[in-house]
Design a protein around this ligand. Structure first.
Ligand code: AMP
Ligand code: MG
Length: 310
């Protein structure tokens, strides 16, 4: 049997038994469990050391299944048609008779949902009779994983299985938009806000309120390599790793480039990988040159600011 198919079948077997496993997505790797099951979803919180109050994103591959759990509205269909499957998460009203575990929503009346694009995970979802609750597969507040090795790095033997889907293509979490009442951007991410605005004919930005408190659980410290980070640096200090946005002729062993050609999408994809690499090299601190605050640069800066709150 094809290796991917046998791995998908193993994933299905473990998930049906109520285990939690890691799955690949185009944004980052997720730590997945049956979203209808209290025992399965509680394992996610335990393994991640995630505060109970921080709700999870639920992953679907079919509208039929989603309709059982959420009220869908016009704005949802507009964005869904254009961007799903893809790096966009919708916050919707949860139905009273939905079977989603209370662990997932922290008893809220809303549910965050997404249609991931990675082909292995889509195949897996299609084989299941339930959607998958899946936050990023890292210990809470640490760097998000973008490969199987990163997930191993986070959990070691504590994780039952990792479905290997190669490196995540986008490398940043999904953009979260609330479609309850007026649309609101709750988190910047892999889908640029400008593209959302075009479809909704609006001019949404991450609101000031959300910049401060962000979405529940997106606390101040997040994505942390656990060493100090200095932003908008012009040059590194002695012993610092230096992250640069584009490749230069100038080269030093402590220089890490996020992109070859000043491409912010490529930079976003390489951000977590680079932070993890630097962390492993035992630098005492990191300097980062100024990243333009446009397009994907906005999401990169958002993550860097949080990771520098260490
Ligand atoms: P992650 O842990 O990377 O999967 O992030 C998931 C994010 O989605 C967290 O910041 C959650 O707070 C947010 N989230 C999940 N459910 C909801 C919801 N119903 N309303 C608002 N934000 C949510
Ligand atoms: Mg996360």
């Amino acid at each position: 049997m094809n290796k991917n198919l046998s791995n998908i079948k193993k994933s299905k077997y473990l998930l049906n038994k109520g285990e939690c496993i890691a799955i690949p997505t185009e944004t980052v790797y997720g730590l997945a469990a049956n979203a209808y099951s209290n025992t399965a979803t509680s394992k996610i919180f335990k393994l991640k050391k995630r505060p109970k109050k921080n709700p999870l994103i639920v992953h679907y591959s079919s509208l039929e299944m989603l309709k059982k759990d959420c009220d869908l509205n016009k704005n949802f269909f507009k964005l869904f048609k254009k961007f799903s499957p893809g790096p966009i998460t919708f916050v919707l009203k949860i139905k009273k008779n939905s079977k989603i575990s209370k662990n997932v929503t922290n008893n809220k009346k809303t549910l965050a949902i997404r249609f991931p694009k990675h082909s292995l995970t889509r195949k897996l979802l299609k084989m299941l009779k339930y959607p998958l609750a899946a936050p990023s597969a890292n210990i809470s507040t640490k760097i998000s994983p973008v490969s199987k090795e990163d997930v191993k790095d986070e959990f070691g033997k504590k994780i039952k299985f990792i479905l290997d889907g190669g490196q995540s293509k986008i490398g940043l979490e999904s953009t979260i938009i609330s479609l309850i009442n007026k649309p609101q951007i709750l988190r910047l991410g892999g889908m640029q806000t400008s593209r959302i605005n075009k479809i909704l004919k609006t001019n949404l930005k991450l609101s000031k309120k959300n910049k401060k408190i962000a979405v529940p659980g997106q606390g101040k410290v997040h994505y942390s390599p656990e060493i100090p980070i200095r932003l908008n640096a012009i040059k590194p200090k002695q012993g610092e790793a230096f992250i640069l946005i584009k490749k230069r002729k100038l080269y030093s062993k402590n220089f890490y480039y996020l992109s070859k050609t000043n491409n912010l999408k490529e930079a976003a994809k390489n951000l977590y990988k680079t932070l993890r690499m630097i962390k492993k090299k035992n630098f005492k601190s990191i300097a980062v040159e100024k990243i333009p605050n446009i397009g994907f640069g906005e999401a990169i800066n958002d993550r860097l600011i949080r990771s520098s709150k260490y």
